[in-house]
Design a protein. Structure first.
Length: 214
């Protein structure tokens, strides 16, 4: 199964969660529900990673749906990817200079670094040398930045879902403000009276599965 077909999704039938799991399974569940016509409630599918509603064609047989999803998966995988920056690279750059005997392949790139005198003075007092200290500081900054990006992405996902499903529910605006203020207690309090599946899914998107057990 391709990454596109296995991406986690959640389908809603009105205010109730109909199915949650890989895209291909959720799509077929939605197909069955639409054919059974047991309810007039709208059927919406959301991508768990972004909280955005997903559109796909439910016409034809289940085989037709699977074929279309496979086509869209292939098209997505064939799209050219943006070149990876050095800071984002997870593999060592190829060394163009010949290595000396016993020299480990570290993927280190030598470039000019310009600092003020006080910066050099501070670096000389650190153990390991300037290069080691700079690499450590950069790694720490990248980790901190990564955490902030995850928090921001989670809030955006919850916002997209809430805008689609809860815009007319009570305390919507207050809940959004609490979400982006990082006030989890206020957020949960504002959505406490919403339909259970909507409030649980919004909480999951914003704060992860662990928040549901609290």
């Amino acid at each position: 199964m391709t990454d596109h077909l296995s991406k986690p999704c959640t389908a809603f039938e009105g205010n109730r969660i109909l199915s949650s799991g890989p895209l291909i399974e959720v799509a077929l569940t939605v197909k069955n529900a639409s054919e059974e016509k047991r309810t007039t409630e709208p059927l919406l599918v959301f991508e768990d990673a972004t909280g955005r509603a997903m559109d796909f064609d439910l016409r034809g047989t289940k085989a037709d749906i699977i074929a279309r999803l496979l086509e869209s998966s292939v098209a997505a995988s064939n799209q050219p990817k943006a070149p990876q920056s050095v800071a984002e690279s997870t593999t060592d750059p190829v060394e163009t200079a010949p290595r000396g005997r016993g020299r480990p392949k570290l993927g280190v790139i030598a470039r000019e670094v310009t600092l003020l005198p006080r910066h050099w003075e501070w670096l000389t007092t650190q153990s390991g040398g300037a290069s080691v200290v700079l690499r450590r500081l950069i790694d720490e900054a990248r980790k901190a930045g990564g955490s902030e990006q995850k928090i921001r992405a989670a809030r955006e996902a919850a916002y997209h879902f809430m805008s689609a499903m809860a815009g007319n529910l009570p305390h919507f605006e207050e809940a959004i403000r609490a979400l982006f203020a990082g006030d989890r207690e206020a957020f949960i309090e504002r959505i406490a009276d919403w339909p259970e599946d909507i409030s649980r899914y919004a909480t999951k998107l914003a704060y992860g599965d662990a928040a549901l057990s609290r």
